[in-house]
Design a protein around this ligand. Structure first.
Ligand code: G1P
Length: 254
């Protein structure tokens, strides 16, 4: 099944991502999916059976969030025919985006915050700086090979101007321990940078490489976000996220 459809307590990962974007005011949502991910489209469509069975019952309340999403967001979908990396996936989405800045959320990185969502925090920064922004977090040095890693000059609390970025470096070669997590705001010239990016780490077209070219020609910022991130692509992160969300949102004794 699509990993984005794995539930964290009572809703799939992809719904957390959609709500986060909606919270940031990003209501036109474009999905780059693949052959095995049809269930994502169905999830955000109306389920007549469910609506009818639940209508007027005490359980109707449970449909509130999904209805709010349906009423406020516009969805478009396309498929990535080959798995050629995140840069390639983003380029596949170009016809749905056009010539404007956009946010990218990788749903398997689940971000939980107390106030504004991570994407909303970043949208605020975009309004101020008008350039591409990546979200970062400090990770143990031995884990740098799982992430894109940046080097940068700090110029504000939690904000860095990127001077270097490397995709999945060996801990000994990593320029820092500041890892990119699955939240980006990208300006539309990124598409041209991606087109000019040769396959890199793992033979895939990496957004990290395209962003480095953009940073060298102008400015790309790295933002140390406020909140907690769970790598739900790993068993440990998935279980940790489940326990955390249950405690935070559902545990009656909390
Ligand atoms: C992708 C990016 C990587 C980033 C990571 C965040 O890697 O290529 O730079 O750090 O997402 O989750 P992936 O996890 O898809 O291998």
């Amino acid at each position: 099944m699509a990993k984005e459809m794995l539930p964290i307590v009572d809703k799939p990962l992809i719904q957390y991502a959609v709500s986060e974007a909606m919270n940031a005011g990003l209501v036109q949502q474009a999905f780059v999916t693949g052959r095995t991910k049809r269930s994502i489209e169905d999830h955000f469509d109306i389920s007549y059976e469910l609506e009818n069975e639940i209508k007027g019952s005490v359980k109707e309340d449970q449909l509130k969030e999904i209805r709010e999403i349906r009423d406020n967001c516009i969805f478009t979908y396309t498929r990535q025919k080959q798995m050629k990396g995140l840069g390639h996936a983003i380029l596949t989405g170009e016809p749905m985006i056009g010539d404007e800045a956009f946010g990218v959320i990788l749903a398997d990185d689940l971000c939980i915050t107390d106030g504004d969502s991570v994407m909303k925090q970043m949208a605020g920064l975009y309004k101020q700086f008008r350039c591409s922004i990546v979200a970062i977090e400090e990770v143990p040095q031995e884990e740098t090979s799982k992430y894109g890693v940046i080097a940068g000059e700090q110029f504000q609390d939690n904000l860095f101007k990127i001077t270097n970025m490397v995709e999945k470096p060996d801990p000994k070669d990593a320029p820092s321990n500041m890892a990119i997590i699955g939240r980006y705001i990208l300006t539309p010239d990124i598409f041209e940078y991606i087109r000019n990016t040769k396959p890199g780490s793992n033979g895939e077209v990496q957004i990290t490489d395209a962003l480095l070219a953009q940073a060298k020609n102008g400015c790309v910022l790295a933002y140390r976000f406020k909140g907690k991130r769970f790598d739900c692509g790993s068993l440990h992160g998935y279980v940790e996220a489940t326990n955390y969300c249950y405690k935070k949102f559902h545990d009656p004794s909390e």
